[in-house]
Design a protein around this ligand. Sequence first.
Ligand SMILES: [Zn+2]
Length: 115
Amino acid sequence: MNCQESRELMSGYLEQYLTESQTALVTEHLAGCAECRQELADLDETLRVVRGMPEREPVFDMWPELAAMCADIRMELRLNPADRVRRWFVSFILAFKDGWAILLENVGFRASRST
Ligand SMILES: [Zn+2]
């Protein structure tokens, strides 16, 4: 067995799920190869660290975002129709203003380049 083959079987060797003959081959290789013994020790250490880590559930907490949206909707529902229209108008004006600023900037940029 060469180093490459021994390293491919190393985690199985540590976890003891190799066949008897595979285990014997790895053991034999390790006996004569200091590099692979080091590799085995490193892997063992790594697995220990990994196993020692507490398992954590992934967190998908959308609530803060959702709560803000709900508050927005509730506020809008409390408004009377005239206020709602005013609100929409204001957001329309703001969007229009942004669009206008972008347009002007673009036109200004082109104009300054063409002269
Ligand atoms: Zn080796």
